[in-house]
Design a protein around this ligand. Structure first.
Ligand code: HEM
Length: 416
């Protein structure tokens, strides 16, 4: 059997039409676990499909760099004015700068700090599920804009210190950033012009926020970053605005996809939904299984800083290595029955949050948000089914369900 054509692995439109290319990855893991592709319209890359190889690469940040190409995108979209080329976030940085900048925000995302926001999370979940319930009869809604997109956005906005009325603006801009290839989220369709406007909107907003927090500091993440110092001086503007951008956007688009994909998985596996309903001790393992199953961040790319031998292949300095986390999360050498969705899976060493130097800063927050939402929703679900076909985002980077029309009945909360 011939190998996949490469476009199958990376073309955003194919992801929207068919979902993640699990058949292609399964074949690659078996026959060519580290294979070089040069799909039409893209610069070439090594497709890294095995769990062990992603760990080996990610744990050597001096040899495999995040800058200058942290995702693989179409050459036509690689313009200098794009957001990704105009920012300097911790995702685009490498050691030693990366560590210096990353550690500024780490305490905010530690479990101890998050316990303080857990009450806010429970309230958010309760409000959203109450709203879904309406009068308690049979209802329909699109779970993504009405619930999955709202819950993580509220919580990151809360940590950041943004007023509630600004959430819609952040949501719109984030949709446009991650959905740059999706016609639903394009402004004019002229990629370059759209990117320029988006950058101006985001950076203009962040500049205003930083100035306000410098003049009038609050107990929030925006104020902490505005006041933070690096090498004895305030963070330079570009790095500060980029920090705002990454913290505000990385945190909700991704978790939204875990929530929507997680609910879809529970609808498609009613026996797992039933297990969860009967045994509330399973919410913690169920959360990680949802994050493994959905793998909201499909890939990150590294650029080799030296010649290196991996799985018998010679990687040259300057080569791109595209790490497909979603493939690693189905690796037969690591997961027992990897194509089974099991809410009690344990251990579950998935790579959905990456590993090593750039391990997701918001992993504890994302896990807590996901667990809390399902803890509120699942016990109150009397029935649930798809109302029509889900639709997927046009993206091979942060892939997910962008519309999930459902029909359901929800009961009032027990302690209302
Ligand atoms: C289910 C939800 C999430 C998934 C699947 C996810 C996934 C990832 C992955 C795979 C990386 C690694 C990047 C790399 O190796 O280059 C990452 C990094 C990062 N994530 Fe998340 N993420 C999620 C939620 C969040 C949340 C809630 C935040 C909150 C702010 C967040 C903030 C970040 C940041 C700032 C980084 C960069 C860390 C660094 O470069 O040191 N993420 N995330």
């Amino acid at each position: 059997m011939s190998l996949p054509d490469g476009l199958e692995l990376i073309d955003a439109r194919r992801y929207a039409a068919h979902g993640y290319p699990h058949d292609a990855w399964t074949q690659l893991r078996r026959e060519a676990p580290l294979a070089y592709f040069e799909p039409e319209g893209y610069d070439g890359f090594w497709a890294v499909t095995k769990h062990a190889d992603i760990c080996e690469i990610s744990r050597q940040p001096d040899k495999f760099l995040n800058a200058p190409r942290f995702t693989v995108i179409r050459k036509a979209l690689e313009d200098p004015s794009s957001m990704r080329n105009q920012m300097r976030t911790i995702v685009n940085m490498d050691p030693p700068d990366h560590r210096t900048y990353r550690k500024l925000a780490v305490p905010w995302f530690k479990a101890r700090n998050l316990e303080i926001v857990e009450q806010r999370m429970v309230e958010s979940a309760r409000q959203l599920v109450d709203k879904m319930m309406r009068d308690g009869g049979e209802q329909e809604c699109d779970f993504v804009p009405e619930v999955a997109a709202q819950h993580p956005l509220r919580l990151i906005a809360h940590l950041f210190g943004l007023p509630e009325e600004d959430e819609a603006f952040i949501l719109k801009c984030t949709n446009e950033m991650f959905g740059a290839e999706d016609p639903e989220f394009q402004r004019s369709g002229d990629h370059q012009a759209d990117q320029e406007q988006l950058r101006n909107d985001f950076f203009g907003y962040f500049m205003k926020t930083a100035a306000e927090r410098r003049a009038n500091p609050q107990d929030d993440l925006a104020s902490m970053l505005a006041a933070a110092q690096v090498h004895g001086a305030p963070i330079p503007d570009l790095e500060l605005l980029s920090y705002y951008l990454i913290v505000l956007t990385a945190g909700h688009e991704t978790t939204r996809n875990a929530l929507s994909g997680g609910l879809l998985a529970l609808i498609e596996h009613p026996e797992q939904l039933e297990r969860l309903r009967k045994d509330p001790s399973l919410y913690t393992t169920a959360t990680d299984e949802i994050v493994r199953w959905t793998t909201p961040v499909n890939h990150f790319n590294r650029t080799s800083n030296c010649d290196y031998e991996l799985r018998g292949q010679k990687i040259r300095e300057g080569d791109s290595l595209c790490m497909f986390y979603a493939s690693a999360n189905r690796d037969e050498e690591v997961f027992d029955d990897p194509f089974a969705f099991r809410v009690d899976r344990n251990p579950n060493p998935h790579l959905s949050f990456g590993i090593g130097e750039h391990f997701c800063l918001g992993a504890s927050l994302a896990r807590m948000e996901t667990r809390v939402l399902f803890e509120e929703l699942v016990p109150r679900l009397e029935s649930i089914e798809l109302a029509s076909e889900p639709q997927r985002l046009v993206s091979s980077f942060v892939g997910g369900v962008k519309h999930l029309p459902i029909r359901y009945r929800i009961t009032p909360a027990q302690d209302h």
